[in-house]
Design a protein around this ligand. Sequence first.
Ligand SMILES: CNCC(=O)c1nnc(C(C)(C)C)o1
Length: 321
Amino acid sequence: MENLNIDSGIYPDIEPYNTGKLKVSDVHELYYEESGNKDGKPVVFLHGGPGAGTNPGNRCFFDPQAYRIILFDQRGAGKSTPPAELKDNTTWDLVEDIERLRKHLGIDRWVVFGGSWGSTLSLAYSETHPDRVKALVLRGIFTLRRKELIWFYQEGASMIFPDAWEEYSQFIPEVERGDLMSAYYRRLTSDDEQTRVAAAKVWSKWEMSTSRLHVDHSLVNKAADDLWAQQFARIECHFFVNGGFLKAENHLIQNADKIRHIPTTIIQGRYDAVCPMETAWLLHKALPEADFHIVPDAGHSIKEPGISRLLIKATDKYKTL
Ligand SMILES: CNCC(=O)c1nnc(C(C)(C)C)o1
């Protein structure tokens, strides 16, 4: 763990040595970047949301001397264009985008790292292209089962965070509160920009207020950014009202047998209120060979210290593959 930043448990900030844009459809163009060692072991970072986009801190979970670190913003997220675009934006489009990027960069196989929605996409990608995945590092497991979505957006997490829930639920008129995801989707896809922005900020603030064991106000403040909030909320809600475009309710766990041979580490906060631990437990049962870590004092976020330290241990473990 040379040159590890002991305080935060992650590697020091670095800048990309290469950035680029990749046209992946008639509509979408993706932003991607490479950092660390250009001759190192390739790893791809799959961000959350969907729609959250990447940030420079994502580079710091990998030893820059060992890894060729690849970040990209998924369709409509971050610096990819057009921002917040929902056309041609499904799980399976994103899975094939990962393959397009891999081929564009001349990579044969790579380590795949993803948390939250990034864990969802990591599972969908590795189950579709298992021969391209050297190892999996998964955090805050999210498989978009109906009960997971209902827990966070209709009733469940609301009992742990009734304070933050009040603003999220009361933004929608009482007559529409029986299906909050649909109610928000109508507003997030409105022709009126003010309506879209207002709904996006409230939707995003709910998630940012509940992602940490102890509220991180710098995270909550992200929801105040008009563009980021629309990218995050519109794309998330679009995927959720469509059940993640998955082929069955429990598709990803049911197909886990396709990836049992892949070296895998699962890391889950015990008190993850966004993606409760039951899903990680089910994945652990479906992948008995995987390393499984419950972090006793953590919530959902990659920034939880106990989660960050275990993520680094996992990427250090896989850098010799
Ligand atoms: C339901 N969304 C889960 C997810 O992917 C996610 N949760 N928080 C985040 C960020 C903190 C990265 C925005 O992403």
